[in-house]
Ligand binder design. Structure first.
Ligand SMILES: *[C@@H]1O[C@H](CO)[C@@H](O)[C@H](O)[C@H]1NC(C)=O
Ligand SMILES: *[C@@H]1O[C@H](CO)[C@@H](O)[C@H](O)[C@H]1NC(C)=O
Ligand SMILES: *[C@@H]1O[C@H](CO)[C@@H](O)[C@H](O)[C@H]1NC(C)=O
Ligand SMILES: *[C@@H]1O[C@H](CO)[C@@H](O)[C@H](O)[C@H]1NC(C)=O
Ligand SMILES: *[C@@H]1O[C@H](CO)[C@@H](O)[C@H](O)[C@H]1NC(C)=O
Ligand SMILES: *[C@@H]1O[C@H](CO)[C@@H](O)[C@H](O)[C@H]1NC(C)=O
Ligand SMILES: *[C@@H]1O[C@H](CO)[C@@H](O)[C@H](O)[C@H]1NC(C)=O
Ligand SMILES: *[C@@H]1O[C@H](CO)[C@@H](O)[C@H](O)[C@H]1NC(C)=O
Ligand SMILES: *[C@@H]1O[C@H](CO)[C@@H](O)[C@H](O)[C@H]1NC(C)=O
Ligand SMILES: *[C@@H]1O[C@H](CO)[C@@H](O)[C@H](O)[C@H]1NC(C)=O
Ligand SMILES: *[C@@H]1O[C@H](CO)[C@@H](O)[C@H](O)[C@H]1NC(C)=O
Length: 444
């Protein structure tokens, strides 16, 4: 199929050259345009299948300006021309130097075989990036609407130029750093086959969206000097329903995937995460007067290496905490319910499981005085194996709740996690542990 398409394109190109009899060959015609891959949620879906996305009928190619010129205006033009049924072909190396609002999209594909680089003009972005109340996040660009497929065929690159931002953060811990890719209000869509490098902040935020498939992505965040990579969550879901994230490789320093407030019917499968803070529910309960829900999440067949945690549930206590300059909170309410971690390989993680209802607050007395206002229930850990790091040896996990009223119906089955010295003790506190098969529970 693929071979035939390339051949056909080449024939048309040759015919076109003959017809116009021009001796110069337009390399643009010869470059094979990526075709939309046929990727489905597999083996699990989010409870309903991906909506039908009809084939596109026209293309709009954008010729990169080069030399660091801002391609945002002409990329916006291409979306206006090719919206409602077209494909935007991005096969060059583009610089985006001005904020790009692409939330008006309807039935459009983006074939990115080139690269998108966000100019590290910190002063410009501080004044002009899109701003969100939630966790003081900001964005270079945002994509929303309905039925949008972004695909990179394994070669397309999104480069956040994070190093300049991590360097800036090292001397200003209030520096608001943009997220590399924000889906904001996208209903029906996919992001596949892209390589994402150096995000100033999180790699991806999926917000106000539904029916999204993410697959075959490679995410890499590495600092080239002693200033650490900051944040770099792989994907955060927020106010989103029916999202599948699968078959991807992530090398970062913060959550591999994180389910933020109102994430429901989510599947995460076939990821290989390294160096992260785990596949995490939360943090939740950060904002007083807000009600947060994370429900029906299936985390299946993943591998976690060199991380602080593999499976993690973190909620703020019922009292305000100043955690970090741009991350403080506590006192919010809501619930975490029906979360399953199944088939989970652990290699050298500090904790295989961490459940914490005292996130961001170092004063334990305060957490006991003000229990979390979020309940955590119907939690399943099934088929987890591997060895932890030596950090907490002989302890391999910690499950600490505010009170049994706030944490219930916890289950663990077929968990074979050992510390390097061979023992496996679990810290279990303030909840009914009778559903944890084979756990050697000790107190903190
Ligand atoms: C884009 O940049 C890469 C790496 O710098 C280079 O290999 C490639 O040829 C460039 N693509 C185009 C279309 O200029
Ligand atoms: C730190 O960054 C923030 C923006 O995120 C800015 O308002 C503030 O002026 C910066 N502080 C310094 C000392 O540069
Ligand atoms: C989500 O939708 C709300 C309500 O329309 C809006 O205020 C917010 O900016 C949107 N995006 C994010 C990331 O919160
Ligand atoms: C688990 O995911 C890997 C990719 O990381 C895949 O190759 C394998 O087939 C999956 N196994 C199951 C049982 O789904
Ligand atoms: C995996 O993470 C560890 C710890 O952060 C890091 O030292 C290592 O370089 C990472 N591996 C790869 C392949 O990047
Ligand atoms: C989450 O959903 C609940 C129930 O619909 C709603 O009350 C709450 O405001 C939502 N929270 C956010 C952060 O959107
Ligand atoms: C729990 O969530 C899973 C998906 O993760 C779903 O299949 C199942 O129906 C949910 N259970 C209930 C009782 O809603
Ligand atoms: C884990 O970290 C070690 C040491 O940094 C590294 O050799 C190994 O490749 C990492 N594992 C993965 C899967 O990247
Ligand atoms: C917990 O939430 C309930 C309602 O959801 C509210 O009445 C109560 O004040 C909250 N408690 C704290 C400590 O925030
Ligand atoms: C922790 O909080 C309690 C109660 O407010 C207070 O008495 C104690 O001094 C605090 N401890 C520290 C180390 O701040
Ligand atoms: C327990 O988990 C292992 C993976 O560690 C799996 O191979 C085995 O089939 C599971 N056993 C049962 C009884 O489910």
């Amino acid at each position: 199929m693929m071979f035939w398409k390339v051949t056909e394109a080449a024939c048309i190109a040759i015919l076109a050259t003959l017809a116009t009899a021009t001796p110069t060959i337009d390399t643009h015609i010869h470059r094979a345009v990526l075709s939309r891959p046929d990727i489905k949620p597999f083996p699990r879906n989010s409870g309903r299948s991906k909506p039908y996305s009809p084939p596109r009928t026209k293309t709009c190619s954008v010729i990169a300006l080069g030399g660091g010129g801002d391609d945002a205006p002409q990329i916006l033009d291409a979306f206006q021309d090719c919206n409602n049924g077209g494909t935007i072909v991005l096969d060059g190396n583009y610089t985006i130097a001005t904020a790009l609002d692409l939330t008006f999209l309807d039935s459009v594909d983006i074939a990115l075989s080139g690269s998108i680089v966000f100019k590290a003009d910190i002063g410009y972005w501080l004044a002009n990036a899109f701003r969100y109340d939630f966790q003081s996040s900001t964005a270079f660009w945002k994509i929303g609407g309905r039925d949008v497929n972004i695909y990179g065929g394994g070669v397309g690159v999104i480069d956040g130029q994070g190093q300049a931002w991590w360097d800036g953060f090292a001397s200003n811990s209030s520096l608001l750093r943009p997220i590399s890719l924000v889906l904001d209000g996208l209903h029906g869509g996919s992001v596949t086959g892209l390589r994402m490098v150096s995000p100033p902040n999180w790699f991806n935020l999926i917000a106000n969206s539904s029916d999204i498939l993410i697959s075959d992505m490679v995410l890499t965040a590495k600092s080239s000097n002693s200033n650490p990579v900051k944040n770099s969550d792989g994907w955060d879901t927020y106010r989103s329903d029916h999202v599948v994230i699968q078959n991807s490789v992530i090398d970062n320093t913060d959550d591999c995937v994180s389910f933020k407030p109102n994430s429901t019917n989510i599947v995460v499968q076939g990821l290989r995460c390294n160096g992260s803070h785990g596949i995490s529910v939360g943090s939740l309960g950060q904002y007083v007067d807000q009600y947060d829900i994370v429900e029906n999440v299936y985390i299946y067949n993943n591998t976690m290496s060199n991380a602080s945690d593999a499976a993690r549930i973190k909620v703020w206590p019922g009292v305000h905490s100043d955690f970090e300059p741009i991350l403080s909170g506590g006192g919010g309410s809501g619930y975490v319910k029906n979360i399953t971690y199944e088939r989970y390989e652990n290699i050298n993680n500090d904790w295989a499981i961490e459940v914490n209802q005292c996130y961001g607050q170092s004063n334990k007395t305060l957490c006991e005085l003000y229990p979390s206002n979020m309940t955590i229930s119907d939690i399943y850990f099934i088929d987890m194996w591997g060895t932890t790091s030596s950090k907490h040896d002989p302890k391999v996990g910690t499950l600490v709740c505010s009170s049994p009223e706030q944490c219930y119906n916890f289950h663990a089955k077929n968990i074979s996690i050992a510390s390097p010295k061979g023992k496996s003790q679990w810290i279990c506190s303030n909840f009914d542990t009778s559903g944890l098969e084979g756990f050697d529970c000790v107190s903190g």
